[in-house]
Design a binder for this molecule. Sequence first.
Ligand SMILES: *Cc1c(COP(=O)(O)O)cnc(C)c1O
Length: 425
Amino acid sequence: MSYKEHKDKILGFIEEHEKWRSSTINLIASENITSPSVNRAVVSGFMHKYAEGWPKQRYYQGCKYIDEVELIGIELFCTLFKSDFADLRPISGTNANQAAFFGLTQPGDTIIALHTSHGGHISYMPFGSAGMHALKTEFWPFDFDEFNIDVDKAAQLIREKKPKLVLFGGSLFPFPHPVKELSEVAKEVGAYVMYDAAHVLGLIAGGQFQDPLREGADIITSSTHKTFPGPQGGVILYKNFGEDVAKLQWAIFPGVLSNHHLHHMAGKAVTAAEMLEYGKEYAAQIVKNAKALAEAMAEEGFKVIGEDKGYTKSHQVIVDVSDLHEAAGGWAAPLLEQAGIILNKNLLPWDPLEKVNTPSGLRIGVQEMTRVGMMEDDMKEIAHFFKRVLIDREDPKKVEKDVFEFRRQFQKVYYSFDYGLPMKE
Ligand SMILES: *Cc1c(COP(=O)(O)O)cnc(C)c1O
């Protein structure tokens, strides 16, 4: 094959991917799609620049327009999240966490975070960013019934371990964390309170879920592409917590990056404007849809986590499929993919780690389907597709036809300046 043929193949696969994705029901809880305006910002000449440092104080020339955009972006993020500072430079959520660890802790310090088996992120772990900075991670005691951090035991742990930083948030995240209750205890021992909003930033933007900075957090780190519907990237939002602010800023640049990705920075800024305009409606509909999907799944006969707490307060619906097949999520997720329903299998907090390839759970996120205009009634249709594949064991290829047919009606990216709000029938 010639090099040109390779090039054509690559571009061809990208086109196939885009066509296919827009035909499927994508329920991966950590993904989303961007609006045409955000796409315009990302595929732009901003990707060809270096702009190390702060706006108007760059180490490189040629940044006059970049500076204007970054200043607007910082202002929009500060307004949206009511934070004193916003830093759009981190290039991913992990990169943001890394910078926060570098800026706020010293090697050898103790932090407390959620264990990966309870839904925590790898960056908190000894083998992840925290461990790479020689932090010692203690883990939040987890209450299986509440599907949340055990507040009393956690308060005890904070007083006993006197950590330098406590970290809330996670990747399996249906219910708000007890930030308010535990921030007070953390302050008693002089610990920073950090909140990893990677999954729920779009909900926080729209006034749903929880408001970490008002509940006692000093700093929010986040990805910008999960419920917050921006391009892949990271952001740090924080209060003016004194002299360590300079250390944090130094940790971001030159600590964990040199140049930030300026086209993604511009895309994040446009997304912040979208969320200031449409975020309330967007976040409220996500939570309504998640609840509607959870209820419909339960009605179809699935075991949905959190029934006594209304199933979910976020974009996530967590389903235990261990009684349907011995390989559980390891069986269900690929089968659903054949039917055009895309999600990931997930360990549930009580699963032993050996079950990583056959975990009990499926993690479902409704943010992307909400963004293309789906409402509560559409969630019932989706629940029924699940039943046809996993309970009725219909041929997934047959279901896929109906999934594609159904999905065809939803081809616009709403809650954006390009398409506005979806119309309710
Ligand atoms: C996704 C995620 C991150 C970071 O993800 P990136 O892929 O690095 O953007 C951090 N924390 C949590 C809880 C996450 O779910």
